[in-house]
Design a protein around this ligand. Structure first.
Ligand code: S3P
Length: 444
């Protein structure tokens, strides 16, 4: 397959402070789940505010290929599924593009459907570990054959009569938890997952919203989740909140560019996603949440971010699951903060869209920041004036690309990224939105 042409971009200090209000696109995690769960429910699900990024559109295409009706109607999306157990065999390979969430959650659905399918993805996704889902899912009776190293492409023969799985997560991963719960939807009996540290619970919330019985009990920091198999999921409308992981980029830009004040409306504030906001507050950030409300079972609010000189922070490993996608942009904030920051327990960053642990360090290095990697910790020596002038390799990773473009708003010399095209996987109007707020981003 030919790869699309690279789209380099350059970011430099804007002429004035960032200002204005912006609506952030829909939450990526919730958008994937809305399409998948809608296809497993009986009746028509209307989704408002679906993220129309490439990752989510891959999920839409896959659910269509498996027999669901998925279409855009006006600004909304309508999903009408064959229901649990009713998916039909796809007549071609399912291509999940850049999306680990789409690939792993779909493995769960396919594991308990008696159909054969083959799944692949782009060069980044084909490097990512799939064993974390295929190993536990074999316990329900599914068979998987993957490329060497348990990488995609992956052939899947789902179980005819799936057994319920009982599994303790060895890594904190909402994708693995969700894959097991999704397999459990078509298994007779109770599927159980134990997670040593809580991860985002959008699957549990949405399953309940569609009528499934999901119980969660907390034992210290661990959670025990039980799902009763073969429920009749009923279609239910979903309004997707703004993605806190996307909001993080304009938000940190506003904190760093002197004099800025930006308002981001309708952002998801699920406590299992807000570790970045907590961390930024510890750094002294002026972040205010206004108009807090509940929308479709998820807390949301408007966030006001205003320029604040930040101080260094020490982030404990236990906070990682609640801000796992936010470390690259947090690292940018730490580069500009007074003092030395320590971000601990980042092993999982090595298996994201890129090896984000190394790539984040390299991004800061390209801007002249001193960074040390000690085991799974990143140590960042902040400076008041960041030299910049470097070029960042983004490794097909949208979050590195956006982080580097925010970094370029405060460096003395412009920062360049080798490719901005992957930003479309999660934040299709990122550059336009940043321009409207006053950021300086242009082709080099
Ligand atoms: C996601 C879970 C996280 C996160 C990803 C989205 C989800 O991955 O990094 O962007 O929607 O469940 P892990 O489960 O691998 O931590």
């Amino acid at each position: 397959m030919e790869s699309p042409p690279r789209q380099p971009l350059q970011a430099c200090r804007p002429a004035a402070a960032l200002a204005g209000e912006a609506a952030i696109p829909g939450d990526k995690s919730i958008s994937h789940r809305a399409l998948m769960f809608g296809a497993l429910a009986i009746g028509q699900t209307r989704i408002t505010g679906l993220l129309e990024g490439e990752d989510v559109l891959r999920t839409a295409a896959a659910m269509r290929a498996l027999g669901a009706r998925v279409e855009r109607r006006g600004d909304d999306w309508l999903v009408e599924g064959p229901g649990i157990g009713g998916l039909t065999p796809p007549d071609d390979v399912l291509d999940m593009g850049n999306s680990g969430t789409a690939a792993r959650l779909l493995c769960g659905i396919l594991a308990s459907h008696d159909i054969f399918s083959v799944m692949t993805g782009d060069a980044s996704l084909r490097q990512r570990p799939m064993q974390r889902v295929t190993a536990p899912l074999t316990a329900c009776g599914a068979r998987f054959s993957a490329r060497i190293g348990n990488r995609l492409p992956l052939a899947i023969q789902g179980a005819r009569d799936a057994l319920p799985i009982s599994y303790r997560l060895p890594v904190a991963s909402a994708q693995v938890k969700s894959a097991i719960l999704l397999a459990g939807l078509n298994a007779r009996g109770v599927t159980e997952v134990e997670e040593p540290e809580p991860t985002r619970d959008h699957s549990e919330n949405m399953l309940r919203h569609f009528g499934a019985t999901v119980t969660v009990s907390q034992h210290g920091s661990a959670r025990h989740i039980q799902l009763t198999g073969q429920p009749e999921l009923r279609a239910a409308d979903i309004t997707v909140p703004g993605d806190p992981s996307a909001a993080a980029f304009p938000l940190v830009a506003a904190l760093l560019v002197p004099g800025s004040r930006v308002i981001l409306n309708g952002i998801g504030l699920n406590p299992l996603r807000t570790g970045l906001f907590e961390t930024l507050r510890e750094m002294g950030a002026a972040l205010t949440i206004t108009n807090p409300r509940l929308q479709g079972g998820e807390p949301i609010g408007d966030i006001i971010a205003a320029f604040t000189p930040l101080t260094a922070v020490d982030v404990p490993p236990a906070r990682a699951p609640s801000m796992i996608d936010e470390y690259p942009i947090l690292a940018v904030a730490c580069a500009a903060a007074r003092g030395t920051s320590r971000l601990r327990g980042l092993a999982e960053l090595r298996v994201k869209e890129s090896d984000r642990f190394s790539a984040t360090a390299a991004m800061l290095g390209a801007a002249g920041i001193r960074v040390e990697a000690q085991a799974d910790d990143l140590i960042i020596h902040g400076v008041p004036a960041i030299p910049g002038g470097g070029s960042v390799a983004t490794h097909m990773d949208h979050r590195l690309a956006m982080s580097a473009l925010v970094l370029g708003q405060i460096t003395e010399a412009p920062m360049t990224i080798d490719d901005s095209s992957f930003i479309d996987t999660s934040f299709p109007n990122f550059v336009e939105l940043m321009h409207r707020l006053g950021a300086a981003i242009a082709p080099p």
